[in-house]
Write a protein that binds this ligand. Structure first.
Ligand SMILES: [Zn+2]
Length: 688
């Protein structure tokens, strides 16, 4: 598994497909202000009836939250991410519509593939033609008998992008980041998390019954009689529950030591008998794979047991289900309607399905992302964006270095190693230096299922070819239009795709203070990930290696415990609390990111007295915190709040604002809050 810490959750395991959006209504004008509002602050979004020392999120976002309903096809709607994403999707849509008509913008690489992909995805009248192709594969699955056949079919299903039994891909060896090895990772579940299978809570039981009905409905759509379909759903639930029981929980998976088990194929065959691993690796085109990280060996052993012992009919039903479930976007409308009803409406609370074009834009971004990104970058991202971000990154990095000197809990030796690690952080900004190629990827105007299956296999082969080769640092995990940012521990790198380098994260005309609060915090957040409870276990070269003295390590653990407790105390929804252990890395990154961005802002203002802003109703310090909070204003449906509390390593937006701010004396001072106010934590937590 790649240890990629993102700024926000992507593709919530559950939403029917991609996360996009309609236009947001213009917020109502606020009452006349005494002094001008600085550019970059949205005064109309604020609720001035709220005391900022009582609930800053509500103060900064209250009117926006009230005035901005969640669009019917969305499960959450944020003033920052979602509005940008909507804009990006519109741009991508225009590029793809043109490509589908053979008129892609000049300079678009692989224009034919892009056009074929999008056009076949959009042509709903031809989706019925996918059924014969699907049935051919299902018939093959129904004839599987030997373990060799099973292993080969699992490889084909993985090629097609189906989440079956486990995942296999390439990745760096945690202990030697220069080596690219094979990774065998738990997987194969249809519900968003193992808890959905194992929890006894009435809500989870209800969801399981909903899932059972959904599985039966899908088999019914393929022609099974109700009794047969119901039996198949039972088989699926039973099979997936066994996989869930053998799966490692999300909190444990954050600990790199718990998911690092280097082995080789021979040892895997011995420790996880029952599944023909050798045949599988050969069928995936990696017969010579030497080294593997089997992230959770008991899970691999259970895969072997299940394949050997489960009745053949049950195994075939399970494999069929995982295939059907993974291809919904390419199947006739009644399949996507059923999927929407369970996965989006029921699990996330969305009222309407996404329009087809949004699904197809996201599907093309997934399949041909770096071809699609070229015209997107040409249209949206000037040299400015790269320069300004680069300078922001440098300023935050110096703030990190200066801040180290002030930390009382860290000894000089560990500080020096932290310095080295911070200096070694590799930046990726905007888009890749070297674009991926798609040479040899065959597309046509036949079925979308055909195009999609070939594209998935192409990407899978691209990934697996890296095993045993020298590491290529130039590759990107996220596509450039993505509205997110990330830190990857094994590469010790921070990534800011062009997609996020836009308002309200980066506003050309805003004051410096607003930009430091919004974008500066994002940069500080990603840098701090290199030093959160997970990132700190990796050194500057990306190796899992302990560079801490025992005493500083213990001081760190005590300090993050404070953050864990603080967030355990927040309620996500109803009786569901935020999981302080699951969200710890993100909360530490938010807290550190804000502190670094604030310090960077102060250093910048000192060095640039000529840029002092004209007087306004908010001081620069207040603007910083408002700029930050307003990039996070988010409405969320109750169903999604419940889902995210289980699967999202990030805290809810409100807590991402109020939680860290209540720890910062800089905030208390900026707004003149006092001890006893809700926004002033009784027990301040400070890590970095
Ligand atoms: Zn993060």
């Amino acid at each position: 598994m790649k240890r990629l810490s993102l700024l926000v959750l992507v593709a919530a395991g559950c939403a029917s497909a991609p996360p996009p959006a309609p236009s947001s209504p213009a917020p109502k004008a606020a009452a006349a202000a005494p002094a001008p509002t600085p550019p970059g602050i949205d005064a109309a979004a604020m609720d001035l009836s709220v005391n900022p020392c009582d609930d800053f999120y509500q103060y900064a976002c209250g009117n926006w939250l009230k005035a901005t309903p969640i669009p019917p096809d969305r499960s959450t709607w944020g003033r920052g991410f979602d509005v940008i994403e909507e804009r990006n999707q519109q741009i991508l849509k225009e590029i793809l519509e043109a490509a589908a008509e053979g008129k892609a913008p000049p300079g678009t690489p692989y224009a034919k593939q892009l056009g074929d992909y999008y056009a076949t995805c959009m042509d709903e009248s031809k989706l019925d033609n996918a059924l014969p192709e699907l049935r051919t594969v299902l018939r093959k699955i129904d004839r599987l008998a030997t373990s060799r056949q099973v292993a080969e079919e699992v490889a084909r299903l993985h090629d097609a992008g189906a989440n079956v039994l486990f995942a296999y891909g390439s990745g760096q060896d945690y202990r030697d980041a220069t080596q690219v090895i094979g990774i065998v990772e738990q997987g194969g579940l249809g519900l968003p998390d193992r808890e959905y299978y194992l929890s006894d809570s009435p809500k989870m039981k209800e969801i399981r019954e909903g899932y059972r009905a959904y599985v039966a409905q899908m088999f019914g759509l393929l022609g099974d009689a109700p009794a047969v379909a119901a039996k198949k759903a039972d088989q699926v639930l039973e099979f997936e529950t066994k996989l869930a029981q053998a799966s490692l929980d999300r909190v444990s998976r954050r600990d790199p030591d718990k998911v690092y088990h280097r082995t080789d194929p021979k040892a895997l065959v011995r420790s996880a008998p029952g599944f023909d691993w050798s045949r599988y690796f050969a069928a995936e085109g990696t017969p010579g794979v030497q080294a593997l990280n089997v992230t959770h060996p008991p899970f691999a052993a259970e895969v072997g047991q299940l394949v050997r012992r489960a009745p053949r009919a049950q195994l075939r039903t399970y494999l069929s289900w995982r295939l059907i479930s993974s291809q919904v976007i390419a199947l006739p409308k009644q399949f996507s309607d059923a999927s929407f009803a369970f996965r989006s409406k029921y699990l996330t609370g969305a009222k309407e399905d996404l329009p087809r074009w949004k699904k197809c834009v996201a599907a093309t971004d997934l399949g041909l992302g770096e071809a699609l990104a070229v015209p997107f970058i040409n249209q949206t991202f000037g040299p400015d964006g790269k320069k300004v971000t680069k300078s922001m990154v440098e300023q935050i990095e110096s703030a990190f270095q200066a801040n180290l000197d002030t930390l009382p809990w860290m000894d000089p030796t560990t500080k020096e190693r932290a310095r080295e690690k911070a200096r070694a952080v590799f930046d990726k900004i905007g888009y890749p230096e070297k674009w991926k190629t798609y040479d040899g990827l065959v597309t046509d105007r036949g079925t979308f299922l055909g195009n999609r299956t070939r594209s998935m296999a192409y990407e899978n082969a691209r990934d697996l070819k890296k095993i045993g080769k020298p590491l290529d640092r130039a590759l990107w995990e996220m596509t450039p239009p993505t509205v997110n940012a990330g830190y990857q521990a094994s590469l010790n790198e921070i990534v800011f795709p062009a997609g996020i380098l836009q308002p309200p994260f980066f506003i050309k005309d805003a004051t410096d203070a607003v930009n430091f609060g919004a974008m500066g915090m994002v940069v500080g957040h990603e840098l701090t990930h290199g030093f959160d409870d997970e990132g700190r276990k990796f050194d500057g070269k990306g190796n899992l290696a302990d560079w801490w003295t025992a005493e500083s390590g213990k001081a760190f653990v005590d300090r993050v415990e404070c953050v864990k407790k603080q967030f355990d105390g927040y309620v996500a929804i109803d009786d569901v609390h935020v999981n302080g252990a699951l969200t710890l890395g993100e909360n530490v990154a938010d807290l550190g990111g804000l502190k670094l961005a604030f310090a960077a802002m102060q250093a910048y203002a000192k060095a640039h007295p000529d840029r002092a802003p004209p007087p306004s109703r908010f001081s620069p310090e207040q603007q910083f915190f408002l700029g930050n909070a307003q990039s996070w204003c988010t409405n969320i449906r109750p169903e999604t709040a419940r889902l995210y509390a289980t699967i999202d390593p990030h805290s809810p937006a409100k807590d991402r604002v109020n939680g860290p701010l209540s720890n910062l004396p800089q905030f208390e001072q900026a707004f003149g809050c006092k001890a006893g106010d809700k926004m002033v934590a009784q027990n301040r937590c400070e890590v970095w």
